[in-house]
Design a protein around this ligand. Structure first.
Ligand code: ADP
Ligand code: MG
Ligand code: MG
Length: 510
């Protein structure tokens, strides 16, 4: 298996039990001062949690523990040390982002392709009720005379990767591409700042001469994501309009959203309104003549930013779908449109990997090659059940869902296949498991736990980007918008901070 280059070994040792001596875990020869380590960790943990509490690196406590107006917050789960990432892979991921921004903008505009892959006639929508509902509503709006009046669409994206170690090399492989509610941008900026602060304020990291301030890349997700929202708002072009954040009731990750809201106001003088689907059902209407989206206060909405609506539980009744379709039909710019949400489905990711499909969206052969080197093998589950059974130990099965906790891994696959009704196979894809390098230790800090927990970890890198597209000029305006690292215990298959598997982390380049 792959070994880190020598320049990284010292930095990695920092995350092993004897990191303060600058030696690998095996190298301390029995003279290790455990008491000193415990003190150091305690001090670092206090510094880290205090910094987090001071810089909105926060979560609301569970709903049953908070009054209607929140009175307290807890710090988000965090990693005590940043994760090492080869500079070349970080630069590759950032270079890829622009290509991915353009690719997914083009997919969202390719109605024929989305109908075929996600629709209820030939596509996943046939067997997946959630996808089917969204597609059917979108199709109905397209078929109505008045149709979809706003050609512009906005995507705030996050492309997720794991490092993959083969016999000979370490590469970066894409886990998935998120087109709706891509979260933790702002909290990731704060986590990167936290690690830079710990580096600068203590000597603990400095025992490694190989670590320099420049090895901590800057991370400006707040300005980056907000520049996308502001671009949509100004393209809409109504001075007193506001941006609507569609949010979940009982959302705990509110600070991640509020930091975007504050930046919109402070840097761009744009006001934000937050509403749930249920509030919008009472408050939102369309101006009959112009299809402008208006709230009962008279406020006009320029841009609808969804931090809800990505999962079936956001639509307990048909009323929430109705509200979604009213928003879709409006003149406001949607982030994302239903088309772009469908484009982010795992099925689309898998179909893109079929021979000849990428050519439909990308003329540039170099760009296609670069994209393809970032992919693992994928196939439609229904296309090869035998292979899926035989190779199950190195596979993950994924349905068309977001938000974590929906996949089936390895040995759970054969019994799952036995229980899955045959028609439903069409809703799933099979994907080869990415194999991250071994031997990376980490210290994870969860709220209310004094002791940082040492464990073998796996880190997932996400690159944010945005695209504003769909206008008659055919232009795609797009930018990269910072990054995120989530770190989980190696024994956990799933990632996800909101689902409790991962902690927020950052990187230093090696
Ligand atoms: P979701 O949209 O629910 O986040 P993902 O595709 O990101 O779905 O899968 C959830 C988690 O499962 C990822 O964060 C990652 O930890 C793990 N995972 C997904 N695909 C793979 C893969 N091919 N190899 C290894 N781990 C994977
Ligand atoms: Mg994911
Ligand atoms: Mg996802």
């Amino acid at each position: 298996a792959f070994k880190y280059p020598t320049s990284a070994t010292l930095a990695l040792a920092m995350r092993s039990p004897s990191w303060e001596y600058g030696r690998s875990a095996e190298g301390y020869g029995g003279h290790f001062d455990w008491r000193k380590l415990a003190e150091t960790l305690k001090d670092l943990t206090l510094r880290a949690t205090t910094y987090a509490l001071s810089h909105s690196l926060l979560y609301l406590p569970p709903a049953q523990q908070q009054p209607l107006t929140p009175a307290a917050a807890i710090h988000a789960p965090i990693s005590l040390f940043p994760s090492p990432l080869p500079r070349r892979l970080f630069e590759l991921a950032r270079r890829l982002q622009s290509t991915y921004n353009i690719l997914y903008a083009r997919i969202a505009l390719d109605v024929e392709f989305l109908d075929r892959v996600m629709g209820t006639v030939e596509g996943v929508g046939k067997v997946d009720n959630f996808v089917g509902q969204l597609w059917t509503g979108w199709k109905k709006l397209r078929d109505e005379g008045s149709g979809l009046i706003q050609p512009l669409q906005l995507g705030l994206f996050r492309s997720d990767y794991l490092m993959h170690s083969s016999e000979t090399e370490l590469s970066l492989k894409q886990v998935e591409f998120n087109t709706i509610s891509s979260s933790f941008g702002p909290l990731s900026q704060q986590t990167a700042a936290l690690h830079r602060h710990l580096f600068a304020s203590t000597g603990y990291f400095n025992s490694y001469s190989s670590m320099k301030a420049e090895d901590f890349p800057t991370n400006e997700t707040i300005a980056g994501l907000v520049s996308g929202l502001a671009a949509a708002h100004f393209a809409y072009g109504v001075k007193d309009a506001k941006i609507l954040f569609v949010v979940q009731p009982g959302e705990r990750n509110v600070f991640d959203q509020r930091l975007l809201e504050y930046e919109l106001l402070e840097k761009h003088s744009i006001q934000v309104v937050r509403q749930t689907f249920d509030q919008l059902a009472l408050n939102a209407s369309l101006d009959p003549a112009t299809s402008r989206l208006l709230l009962s206060t008279g406020t006009e909405i320029s841009t609808v930013y969804f931090r809800a609506g990505y999962t079936p539980t956001d639509y307990p009744t048909s009323a929430q779908y109705e509200t979604r379709f009213i928003l879709e039909k409006s003149r406001a710019i949607k982030c994302p449109s239903i088309a772009l949400q469908l484009a982010g489905g795992k099925k689309v990711q898998q179909v893109l990997a079929e021979p000849g499909v990428l050519e439909r969206f990308m003329d540039d052969a170099d760009a296609r090659n670069l994209l393809r080197t970032s992919w693992m093998g994928m196939w439609a589950l229904e296309s090869d059940i035998e292979r899926t059974r035989i190779e199950s130990h190195k596979l993950v099965l994924k349905p068309q869902r977001e938000g974590g906790g929906n996949n089936v891994y390895k040995e759970a696959i054969p019994p799952f296949l036995d229980s899955l009704p045959e028609p439903e196979r069409a809703a799933w894809i099979a994907m080869e498991l990415i194999e991250p390098p071994e031997g990376t230790g980490g210290y994870l800090v969860r709220s209310g736990v004094d002791q940082a927990m040492r464990t073998e970890v796996v880190s997932e890198l996400g690159i944010f980007g945005w695209a504003l597209y769909g206008g008659r000029d055919g232009k795609i305006e797009e930018k990269e918008a910072g990054w995120l690292v989530r770190t989980k215990g190696k024994e956990s298959n799933e990632g996800g901070v909101a689902t409790g598997f991962s902690v927020l982390d950052s990187i230093f380049l090696v």
